[in-house]
Design a protein around this ligand. Structure first.
Ligand code: ZN
Ligand code: FE
Length: 251
């Protein structure tokens, strides 16, 4: 299976999974770049998967289904125009055209109904887990997002993380403010800067890399706790997470 990130807007990636001329897109916020990509590849669309209701993820559905009559999978707990198959925790999304099955993981926090799609080695997590960061809490509580991120962090380390935005450099600047002495993080900063200077995406990342460098997955690390304490955190990991998220909002 071939996976490409179709750039959209200023910093979105619409992930396109393709096999034998059939394609599935995740979070098409805009139809046009997807149609261009499919035409260029000589591929036809087989399905659409949506992680949450924001326009930069779901805004392209109408323009795509006008052209391709395909199922649109999306979270049961959100009202999204164009979604035809509502999915919830534990459901399996089967897309025989690309020979793939995904399990649905509910990850409330950025929005309340947000879902992620997982198959071995692949996680499509929308705006929940970012490379070296996490989504803002528009609807959920810190406790909800903390639990959602913990579930994703518990996936196998070699799982590739296909998040929906190119936010990595600014996320790393914040992460370095939290953990200036984290060697893996310092190395990651140079690697990501080199990729971006070459005009290449910094994603997908991996769960293992995120565990080692993403401050939002590291609330139990002494250095992270100490830094968060200076920004209002209490003793529990959730308060550390909440303080980091608030700090990042103002960073
Ligand atoms: Zn969003
Ligand atoms: Fe987004």
């Amino acid at each position: 299976m071939d996976i490409s990130g179709i750039p959209a807007f200023s910093d979105n990636y619409i992930w396109c999974l393709e096999q034998d001329g059939r394609a599935v897109v995740v979070d098409p916020g805009d139809a046009l770049p997807v149609l261009d990509h499919l035409a260029h590849r000589g591929a036809t669309l087989a399905a659409i998967m949506i992680t949450h209701h924001h326009g930069d993820h779901a805004g392209g559905i109408a323009g795509l289904v006008r052209r391709f009559d395909v199922p649109v999978f999306g979270p049961a707990a959100e009202d999204i125009a164009g979604v035809t198959v509502k999915v919830r925790e534990g459901d399996t999304v089967r897309i025989p055209q690309i020979d793939a099955e995904f399990s649905v993981i509910e990850v409330p926090g950025h929005t309340l109904g947000h879902v992620a799609y997982y198959r071995p080695n692949h996680l499509f997590c929308g705006d929940t887990l970012f490379a070296c960061g996490c989504g803002r809490l528009f609807e959920g509580t810190p406790a909800q997002m903390f639990a959602s991120l913990a579930r994703l962090a518990a996936l196998p380390g070699d799982t590739r993380v296909f998040c929906a935005h190119e936010y990595t450099q600014s996320n790393i600047r914040f992460a370095l403010a939290v953990e200036p002495d984290n060697r893996r993080l310092i190395d990651r900063a140079s690697a990501v800067n080199a990729l971006r200077e070459a005009g290449l995406p910094s994603v997908p990342s991996s769960i293992e890399t995120e565990r080692q460098t993403n401050p939002f997955l590291r609330a139990s690390e002494p250095a992270v706790r100490a830094a968060a304490r200076a920004h209002g955190a209490g003793d529990s990991p959730v308060t550390v997470f909440a303080a980091l998220r608030e700090w990042k909002n103002r960073f």
